[in-house]
Design a protein around this ligand. Structure first.
Ligand code: NAP
Length: 285
């Protein structure tokens, strides 16, 4: 299929690579042009000179940029150049509001816009093992499914525009509570004089097991946070949750508290640290 990919960051770079490796024609655009050129050289595909140039004639356009305003900026440039019937798949974690706005704007041009945030992190993007949650028109989701399936282990259509983003918010609520629980568990274990490695052996096969425990327990215990999903991104995501909760009346008390704990981690110098750095806050002198 003729495709375009906009935003070759930590996530977008390997995701676009999977499209190329699967044999799709991919034109890429990145704000910092050198990155697009490096990607194009590596995958023998085309680095476009502008967003309009990248999307022209593409049947499927994927993007993975930063936040709401970035999606708006990219779409403002892309919309006038989209081919009739094109499907835009937005992998950015953004608000449900921007997803609905963009779906409406795309429909007015005879195109489809799907909000399709991902879970699975950098490793999931590199291994093609992301979980994708999608909001938007069912027919467009089914057309996109085999294409974006090259970097996904699961693709779930949730409903109309915005429901993909709302589902990603649910995902982040789950993570916030679990990571704070793990941080407190380790803190307690250390104060109780237990060997944290043995604690992991004892409890990780039982009801306390989680992805976070399996993948972050050891690094948390060692105080290693210089990798993974950045605290700045997590605060952006929790901000989206809190804003949506204010609108729908949901009570998200622990999430709101953990958001403040992440603000403390930021002030400790941890803006780029992994989300498991909630442990650093408890262990500081
Ligand atoms: P990143 O490494 O910072 O990459 C962001 C990309 O978007 C860069 O290529 C950047 O271009 C481009 N960009 C940002 N604003 C733009 C704008 N206004 N116009 C054009 N291009 C713009 O971020 P990432 O880690 O790949 O994350 C991207 C999205 O995925 C975020 O919404 C994030 O929350 C979400 N996400 C990330 C992870 C993760 O583990 N990293 C996991 C799940 C979801 P430049 O190269 O010029 O800066």
């Amino acid at each position: 299929m003729k495709t375009a990919f906009i935003g070759l960051g930590v996530m977008g770079y390997p995701m676009a690579g999977h499209l190329a490796k699967a044999g799709h024609e991919v034109a890429v655009y990145n704000r910092t042009a050198a990155k697009a050129q490096r990607w194009a050289d590596e995958h023998r595909c085309r680095a476009a000179s502008s967003i309009a140039d990248a999307v022209a004639g593409a049947e499927l356009v994927a993007l993975c940029v930063g936040a709401d305003d970035d999606v708006r900026q990219v779409m403002q440039a892309a919309l006038p150049a989209l081919a009739a019937g094109a499907i835009v798949v937005d992998h950015t974690t953004a608000s449900a509001k921007v997803a609905r706005e963009m779906a409406e704007a795309a429909a007015a041009r005879g195109c489809a816009f799907l909000d399709a945030p991902v879970s699975g992190g950098q490793a999931g993007a590199e291994n093609g093992q992301l979980a994708i949650m999608i909001g938007g028109e069912a027919a467009a989701v089914e057309k996109a499914r085999p294409v974006i399936g090259v970097y996904a282990k699961a693709i779930q259509h949730m409903g109309g525009p915005g429901t993909g983003q709302l589902t990603k918010m649910v995902n982040q609520i789950c993570i916030a509570g679990v990571v704070q629980g793990l941080a407190e568990a380790q803190h307690f274990a250390k104060r109780a004089g237990l060997d944290t490695a043995l604690v992991y052996e004892a409890i990780s096969k039982g009801a306390a097991q989680s992805w976070q425990m399996d993948n972050r327990w050891k690094t948390m215990a060692e105080g290693k946070f210089d990798f993974g999903f950045a605290v700045d991104w997590m605060r952006k995501d929790l901000g989206l949750v809190l804003e949506a909760a204010r609108a729908n009346g949901a009570r998200v008390e622990v999430t709101a508290l953990v958001d403040q704990f992440y603000a403390e981690v930021q002030s400790l110098g941890g803006r780029r640290w992994d989300t498991s750095s909630l442990a650093a806050r408890l262990e500081r002198p």
